[in-house]
Design a protein around this ligand. Structure first.
Ligand code: ADP
Ligand code: MG
Length: 393
C-alpha cells in the first residue's frame, strides 16, 4: 500500500477536523452520517460537504450507503494520515523516505525525525491475509477497508510497542522503540539484514548458539517470541543477531508455552541445517519456571495493553491464520464464534471522550471491561493471552 506523505502538506485545518470527526464517529457507527461529522468537527453542516468531497477525491475517506442513510468511513490512507500527523506533531516523523519492507501484514518505511536521524516506520496492516482469501464472509470479514481492520492494526501496534519497550529496557537485542500512534510504530533503523537473505556466515555454530541463548534468556524472563524465524532475525555485519516483530509473543505461563517454545527452537534448527548444513545435538528444552529470573511478562501486561484488547487481537490473529491456511472459502462460520462482534470492537459511546480527542487529535483508548463468553472457560496467561476451553456441558 502506498503511503502518500505529501498529502500531509496539503491539508487544511478543516479537512483535518472532518477526518478526525469521521475517525471518532467510527467508534459507534459503521458509516458516519454527515450530521454527526458536523457536530464532532464543530463545522457548519452546510460547509462540510466541500471538505468531504475533497477527502473522498484524495482517497482518505469513502462514502457508503446503508439502508437508512449515506455516510462516510475512514480508509487506511486516512488512518495513515492521522497517525503521521500525530507523529509529526511530536517530532518523531518529519519526512518519509523509501519503503524497505513489505511484511506479511505491515509496510515498513525509512523516515527521518525532527533531529534528522533516520528511523523506521512500521504500519501494521492486519487484514491483508484475509483480503486475499476471504470472499462472501459476514460483515466482520468484509474484504474492504472496514474500521475493524484499523482497530485490530492499532492493537497490534500497541502490543508490539509495549514489548519492544520492555525488551529494550532489559538489554535484549531489539530495535530501540521511538514512538507509537494508532497502527504505527517508529523505531531505530537497524543496519542489518534478515537472516533469510544471508547465504553464508563465518561461524554458523556461534550464531546458532547466540540464537538459542536468546530463546533461553527470553524464557528466563518469562517470554516466548512465538515467531522466532529467519524473517524476524536480523544480522549485523559483525554477525550479531537482533530480534524484531513481537505481536505474537506469549508468556511462559501460557498453557501452550512448551509448544511455542519448541516451535521457535525447531525453526532455528531446521533453518541452520537447510541453509548452512549445520546441525548440533545441543538445543534448549522448555523447563517451566525452572530458572525463571524475571517477570517481564508481568511488566508487559502492566503496560496498559488490556486483557480485553489482548483477547480481541488474539482471536483476530487466530482467525487470520486459519484463513491463510484455508484458501478455499468455508462452508460455515463456526470458527468465527470466538471473534468479537462489531459491537465489541467499536469504542464505547462517550461524548466526553470525543471532546477530549478532538483537542488531543484523536489520541484514543478503548474502554476496558471483562470478557464474557458463555460457551467457554476463559483463563489468561500472565500477559493476558487467552486460553479458551470450550465447555462440554
Ligand atoms: P511483519 O510483522 O510484517 O513480518 P517485520 O517487523 O517482521 O514485519 O518487518 C518486515 C521486514 O522489514 C523485516 O524482515 C526487515 O527486513 C524490515 N525491518 C523491520 N524493522 C526494521 C528495522 N528496525 N530496521 C531495519 N529493517 C527493518
Ligand atoms: Mg516479520
Amino acid at each position: 500500500m502506498k503511503l502518500d506523505a505529501k498529502a500531509l502538506r496539503y491539508m487544511s485545518t478543516e479537512d483535518f477536523r472532518v477526518l478526525t470527526a469521521i475517525e471518532i464517529g467510527s467508534r459507534n457507527h459503521d458509516i458516519v452520517p454527515a450530521t454527526l461529522i458536523s457536530q464532532l468537527s464543530h463545522l457548519r453542516s452546510g460547509g462540510i460537504n466541500k471538505f468531504i468531497t475533497d477527502l473522498i477525491k484524495r482517497k482518505l475517506i469513502a462514502s457508503e450507503s446503508s439502508s437508512k442513510y449515506v455516510g462516510y468511513k475512514l480508509v487506511y490512507a486516512g488512518y495513515d494520515y492521522l497517525a503521521l500527523k500525530t507523529l509529526s506533531k511530536r517530532g518523531s516523523v518529519a519526512s518519509v523516505g523509501n519503503q524497505i519492507g513489505v511484511g506479511k501484514e505491515s509496510d515498513i518505511f525509512v523516515i527521518a525525525g525532527d533531529n534528522d536521524e533516520q528511523a523506521v516506520l512500521k504500519l501494521h496492516r492486519l487484514g491483508r491475509l484475509s483480503f486475499r482469501n476471504v470472499k462472501n464472509k459476514r460483515d466482520y470479514f468484509r474484504p474492504d477497508q472496514s474500521p475493524s481492520w484499523m482497530y485490530m492494526s492499532r492493537l497490534s501496534a500497541m502490543k508490539e510497542y509495549a514489548f519492544m519497550q520492555v525488551l529494550h529496557e532489559h538489554g535484549f537485542p531489539v530495535p530501540k522503540p521511538i514512538d507509537q500512534n494508532r497502527h504505527c510504530i517508529v523505531m531505530e533503523l537497524l543496519d542489518a539484514h534478515p537472516l533469510r537473505q544471508i547465504e553464508k556466515v563465518g561461524e554458523p555454530g556461534k550464531l546458532y548458539s547466540e540464537l538459542m541463548d536468546l530463546i533461553v534468556r527470553l524464557a528466563k524472563h518469562g517470554l516466548i517470541h512465538g515467531d522466532f524465524n529467519e524473517f524476524n532475525i536480523l544480522v549485523r555485519d559483525d554477525g550479531s543477531p537482533i530480534l524484531i516483530d513481537f505481536p505474537q509473543m506469549v508468556s511462559t505461563s501460557h498453557a501452550n508455552a512448551e509448544f511455542y517454545f519448541n516451535r521457535d527452537v525447531d525453526c532455528i534448527r531446521t533453518f541452520f541445517k537447510r541453509r548452512f548444513g549445520y546441525e548440533s545435538v545441543l538445543y534448549p528444552k522448555f523447563a517451566l519456571d525452572a530458572n525463571k529470573e524475571f517477570d517481564l511478562d508481568v511488566q508487559v501486561a502492566a503496560s496498559g495493553f488490556t486483557k480485553k484488547e489482548q483477547s480481541q487481537l488474539e482471536a483476530f490473529m487466530e482467525s487470520e491464520q486459519t484463513e491463510a491456511s484455508n484458501a478455499a472459502p468455508h462452508s460455515h462460520d463456526e470458527e468465527d464464534e470466538d471473534l468479537p462482534s462489531d459491537e465489541e470492537i467499536v469504542y464505547a459511546d462517550d461524548s466526553e471522550e470525543d471532546e477530549r480527542d478532538m483537542d488531543g487529535l484523536g489520541e484514543d483508548d478503548a474502554s476496558d471491561s471483562d470478557d464474557s463468553d458463555d460457551d467457554y472457560d476463559i483463563e489468561y496467561d500472565r500477559l493476558g493471552n487467552t486460553i479458551r476451553r470450550k465447555r462440554t456441558c
